[in-house]
Design a protein around this ligand. Sequence first.
Ligand SMILES: Nc1ncnc2c1ncn2[C@@H]1O[C@H](COP(=O)(O)OP(=O)(O)OP(=O)(O)O)[C@@H](O)[C@H]1O
Length: 290
Amino acid sequence: MQLIIDNISKTYDNGVQALQGISLEITKGMFGLLGPNGAGKSTLMRTIATLQNADSGHISFNDLDIYKDKNAIRKVLGYLPQQFGVYPKMSSEILLNHLAVLKGITNKKERKEVVHVLLDRTNLYEVRKQNLGVFSGGMKQRFGIAQALLNNPKLLIVDEPTAGLDPKERNRFYNLLSEIAENTIVILSTHIVDDIKELCHQMAIINRGEVILKGKPLELIEQVQGKVYQKIIDRSEFEMYKSQYQVINETFFMGKPVVQIMSNSNPGNGFEPIDAGLEEVYFSQINQSK
Ligand SMILES: Nc1ncnc2c1ncn2[C@@H]1O[C@H](COP(=O)(O)OP(=O)(O)OP(=O)(O)O)[C@@H](O)[C@H]1O
């Protein structure tokens, strides 16, 4: 199973270059696409989902050119968009049943079974008669996954699904996604570093429409380990540190400003080495590509 994204570019009518020569090879399992707001994640997700065309480049799934045969790809595709609206006065069972009809499950008995299996799998079976309007954010997202799984997809695209979920719901959602990823390609777009850390065996960071780093999270972390230092400073000193060091992040520790830098050797001057993780990988890339 393989999705190949080859040199995809897209400029919107207003002149924004949302994607600039994106190339990625994605295999079975969970792939994390990480980037700040406006990086181009949703544009790429919609493009893969065949909801909009790229200006140039190719995308193929298992040797199938997705633009040449959009229907073929739609048969094997599940998609949870960033803004997923539900009918608030409908129950999850009824709406999922309607959506199943739209996806072509015409046999009533089969449809009922599929709907029940999916509600059960997303932990919504008990609340299947409740109106979607009273669902929490996490429940709505799980319903979003249930509808995306209706056609038993081989490629599942989820666009920023964990924003706004509390830690418990986020964990529950991670469990669901990782189970699906056992035999599916799942592309998870997110600006939340923890999502990638917990779930993905392969990842890419995109910024301003370009892939600025790709690889396996653990290997990328290894590359920065031993090179990140931090120091509590005075707020007024930020600019000075920025001019003297390769600052990757400005953060806080118990309300005090902390500056984090990259350095191949110990910079001294009160800086302490830190155990670098994916966050440091992310910030070092994003801030370098500014
Ligand atoms: N339909 C559109 N018309 C014009 N510009 C657009 C359109 N959609 C997105 N853009 C612009 O393209 C760029 C990439 O947007 P996109 O939504 O793909 O980024 P994103 O990484 O998903 O960000 P976010 O997390 O904020 O959704 C942004 O500058 C955005 O303003």
